[in-house]
Design a protein around this ligand. Structure first.
Ligand code: TRP
Length: 333
């Protein structure tokens, strides 16, 4: 059976961009694959972060993922920093990671440009991501387009490590691109992202959702209620495509083009559909919030299971790389 691995940063509450772009796909994969999902706190600390909020955000992300449908009966959910072998394998892979390749990563260049002092962790970020995947010998990795370059590097590291130490040891992980396009934030401009404040959280109340949708950007050329709009360039229309029925989507487009509806009418229907779609997730979240020990148990047993696999892989890696005290090398001394 193929093994799927993917990771998400502990940004706190999941938003609909995470949900539509990644997590909904993870939920669907559970019925066909053995899935391991990680909350990647070691990646989160590569940029300045709030120390006092990290643990809470990690817990909140776990709660959100479980509420969204990650099923601990079928999949493994764990926190990356609870399995020490991630950092250990990253070090072992860094031996074959060309500096030039790391410096060429577009995400590194973007993030580095914003820091006064560039931490080495930012450069090494894709090595750690490769370690996440290779530690479990996962061969399928659902990622968004922005992570494809990192995944290509993970494949490159697997090849180089194999060539240097043990042909065929690590399988080259394959990307699984999800169908959803990137979800644009309420500003109608940038990718939906917590740090930009342009999100709708999947656990927000109906009132909060409506308050956020009301001022959200639509077709900027539609100045007054009487002007016809162009749905193709309207982010609200794009969101309708994820939450409304095909007939509703068609109706909305027609009412926009003919100025039959104002933007608020269009947003009201979107809000109603979004609220209905998120209702079961909110219910499950409320249930988990009343029983936080359930979330903690899921993460504890997830880490336990991952440690078992990770120790096995690292044991072999240590032996293959010739470390003192490992396997055949131990017997030779
Ligand atoms: N870098 C990924 C992101 O920010 C998260 C991630 C970390 C990941 N490790 C991974 C994704 C391993 C897939 C596989 O989106």
């Amino acid at each position: 059976m193929h093994r799927v691995f993917s990771g998400i940063q502990p940004s706190g509450e999941l938003h609909i961009g995470n949900y539509l772009g990644a997590v909904r796909n993870w939920v669907a994969l559970q019925s066909e694959y053995e899935c391991i999902f990680s909350i990647v706190d070691l990646h989160a600390i590569t940029q300045p972060y709030d120390r006092d909020a990290l643990a809470t955000r990690t817990f909140e992300m776990a709660l959100g993922l479980l509420a969204a449908g990650i099923d601990p009966e079928r999949s493994t959910l764990f926190v990356q920093s609870q399995v020490a072998e991630h950092a250990e394998l990253a070090w072992a892979l860094s031996v074959v990671a060309p500096l030039g390749d790391l410096e060429r990563m577009t995400q590194f260049k973007d993030k580095a440009a914003r820091e006064e002092t560039v931490p080495a962790a930012l450069l090494n970020y894709p090595i750690l991501m490769a370690a996440d995947i290779l530690l479990y010998r996962a061969d399928q990795v659902p990622v968004g387009e922005d992570q494809l370059q990192h995944l290509e590097l993970a494949r490159e590291l697997a090849r180089r490590w194999n060539a240097r130490f043990r042909p065929g040891f690590f399988a080259e992980p394959q990307p699984m691109l999800s169908r959803a396009r990137r979800i644009v934030g309420l500003d109608g401009n940038a990718k939906m992202s917590k740090s930009l404040g342009n999100t709708i959280g999947i656990l927000e109340t109906p009132e909060q959702i409506w308050e956020k949708l009301k001022p959200a950007m639509t077709d900027p050329a539609r100045k007054t209620r009487k002007d016809p709009g162009n749905p193709d360039i309207c982010n609200i229309y794009h969101l309708h495509q994820h939450f409304s029925t095909p007939a509703q989507v068609e109706h909305v487009a027609h009412m926009c083009r003919t100025a039959g509806w104002g933007c608020l009418d269009c947003k009201r229907l979107l809000a109603d559909n979004m609220i209905a779609a998120l209702a079961p997730i909110r219910e499950r979240a409320a249930d988990l919030r009343a029983h936080p020990e359930r979330v903690r148990e899921v993460l504890a047993s997830g880490a336990e299971r991952c440690r078992t696999i990770a120790r096995e892989t690292m044991g072999e890696v240590r032996e293959i790389m010739g470390f003192y005290g490992a396997g055949a090398a131990a017997r030779a001394t």
